[in-house]
Design a protein around this ligand. Sequence first.
Ligand SMILES: CC(=O)SCCNC(=O)CCNC(=O)[C@H](O)C(C)(C)COP(=O)(O)OP(=O)(O)OC[C@H]1O[C@@H](n2cnc3c(N)ncnc32)[C@H](O)[C@@H]1OP(=O)(O)O
Ligand SMILES: N[C@@H](CCO)C(=O)O
Length: 371
Amino acid sequence: MPARTADAPHGDGLLRVGSIGPLVLETGGELPDVRLAFETWGRLNEDGSNAVLVQHALTGSSHVARGDAEEEGWWDSLVGPGRTVDTDRYFVVSVNMLGGCYGSTGPACLAPDGTPWGARFPFVTIRDAVRAESLLADQLGIGRWHSVLGGSMGGARALEWALMFPERVERCAVIACSAASSAEQIAFAQAQLQAIRLDPAYRGGDYYDGPHPEAGLGVARRIAHITYRAEQELEARFGRAEQDAERPLGSVLPADRGRYQVESYLDHQADKLVDRFDANSYVILTEALMSHDAARGRGSLEDALGAAASEFFIAAVDTDRLYFPWQSQRLAAALPGDVPVHLISSPVGHDAFLTQIHQLDDQLRAAFYSR
Ligand SMILES: CC(=O)SCCNC(=O)CCNC(=O)[C@H](O)C(C)(C)COP(=O)(O)OP(=O)(O)OC[C@H]1O[C@@H](n2cnc3c(N)ncnc32)[C@H](O)[C@@H]1OP(=O)(O)O
Ligand SMILES: N[C@@H](CCO)C(=O)O
């Protein structure tokens, strides 16, 4: 491990890549040379006690906070100088998940034969991703995290860190995430995967020398995005309104109509994801999230969570219809001790863990970041 001196790791929100070597995966696959893209903010202190790991959600990246980069971060309101996770005080790390498409080894990367992994990219679980991250943490000289936190799939990775490496996680925040992917979460995910796989351009995942399965990925994002937002929000925002500018002059509804506003909105969300995400990574990460089950191979949920030694912070969004608050309650109830569930109150639904995270500032600060 590197000595913690004035040269100790420090950061600025710029992308770096660490090579962690070969990785044998939980279900037997193997990746010969794994690279993980990561960003850091702040400076690791002398005794290495101020490192915070922030885990991104399904289509997120390691760019949690702006730092010296131009692009804003997806949790800028939580992480930065003077914020709850104060980068003047903590050394914050975020890693693009194994299999992703923001710089880490994923299906679009070249396999040893010089062609993209594509369909050959192995099945990855949340636990595989966490094991890979633990090797990167070793390289960064981080023996024990002050805290690990994340929302949605990031929450699943945070939870697995606490269960796989109880001695390395002092505090763990799991936001808008359950102890295991439920039947309905798997069902929504399966429909998304089918949309991608049934796109003729997908070609089993080996599409990098031709058109990408944009239509399939777009439909997958539409299905997913509906689950990320609440019915009341969609109704209040869009109702039955038409996308006015699109209605042909003199047209008569319904035959001649333009799109409903909500259709236009979903089209826009789909286009944005298609522009920034690789379909194979979407498949790999979605399957990893489907595999999420804290109790797998560990007995009952209570047995599994009883092995955790971290302090926990659990939170849910009151209108979340993908990761229901009762699922966070179930998780909290199975953890050792008396762990409350904090609620984000928002009309938005699941995505409020991104857009309304500031609602947890006081509770998170009091629980984790005031000492
Ligand atoms: C580039 C990267 O690295 S991204 C990786 C990091 N990102 C993440 O981790 C999270 C991924 N992001 C997300 O999931 C989402 O973008 C969220 C949750 C952050 C967005 O939440 P919100 O701020 O509530 O956005 P909202 O749902 O209101 O959508 C706003 C967009 O819809 C558009 N929109 C609104 N109404 C309509 C309409 N009727 N027709 C078309 N578009 C519409 C807006 O113009 C806006 O477009 P823009 O995002 O291009 O500016
Ligand atoms: N909007 C989030 C939701 C997943 O939890 C994402 O795209 O990552």
